[in-house]
Write a protein that binds this ligand. Structure first.
Ligand SMILES: [Fe+2]
Ligand SMILES: [Fe+2]
Length: 193
């Protein structure tokens, strides 16, 4: 994973950053969901949750857009192109089809997980909008559940993405293609900032 080309290495760095931010949010919310939590601890957790909300809305949304608008489409195209090659490779037909199916299924699963991440982010945002400055323990427990669920979804998602797509991808594309993907991702980033 250390020697991945850009922009894959950049996406992995973003995964580690998201993990760190969600981890910090979990620590803050855990401290704030005990029965005798002080006002200071709860206020701190609320600040962290608002920071998390802003990060999800901007940085994570941009990360997902770079994957859905640049990386996933070129991988789907690669699979379609390989479908044509398969016709001339009857001996390997079943094996090649099985691999294509795996990547295709993985891309569909990753797309669906992006939707789940957006749904959890929206739930956090909606909760924060009505929470007030000093929410009750029940409300804080609801936030804790949302952040835990988000953490859980993202852990599985990042692992699948890195193992099934990023790791084999250097064998699928040339250095010139990766440079073009990086350029397109910069464009996505600029259009969203
Ligand atoms: Fe993703
Ligand atoms: Fe990702």
């Amino acid at each position: 994973m250390d020697d991945l080309p850009e922009p894959l290495a950049g996406l992995v760095r973003e995964h580690r950053l998201v993990e760190q931010i969600v981890h910090d949010a979990r620590e803050a919310i855990d401290a704030a969901t005990v029965r005798d939590a002080s006002d200071e601890v709860v206020t701190h957790a609320m600040d962290i949750l608002r920071d998390l909300d802003a990060f999800l809305a901007i940085d994570l949304t941009t990360h997902i857009a770079k994957e859905e608008e640049v990386l996933f489409p070129v991988m789907r195209k690669l699979i379609e192109e390989n479908e044509a090659i398969v016709v001339d490779m009857l001996a390997q037909h079943d094996e090649v089809r099985a691999k294509e199916w795996d990547i295709q299924r993985m891309l569909a699963a990753l797309d669906a997980t992006h939707d789940e991440v957006h749904a959890e982010s929206a739930s956090l945002q909606a909760g924060l909008a009505v929470a007030g400055a000093r929410p009750s323990l029940d409300v804080m427990v609801g936030f804790r559940d949302t952040v835990m669920k988000l953490d859980w979804i993202l852990q599985g998602h990042f692992g699948d993405e890195e193992d099934a797509l990023f790791e084999p991808a250097p064998g699928w594309f040339t250095a010139e293609q990766f440079a073009e993907f990086a350029r397109q991702m910069d464009e996505v980033e600029r259009s969203m900032s």
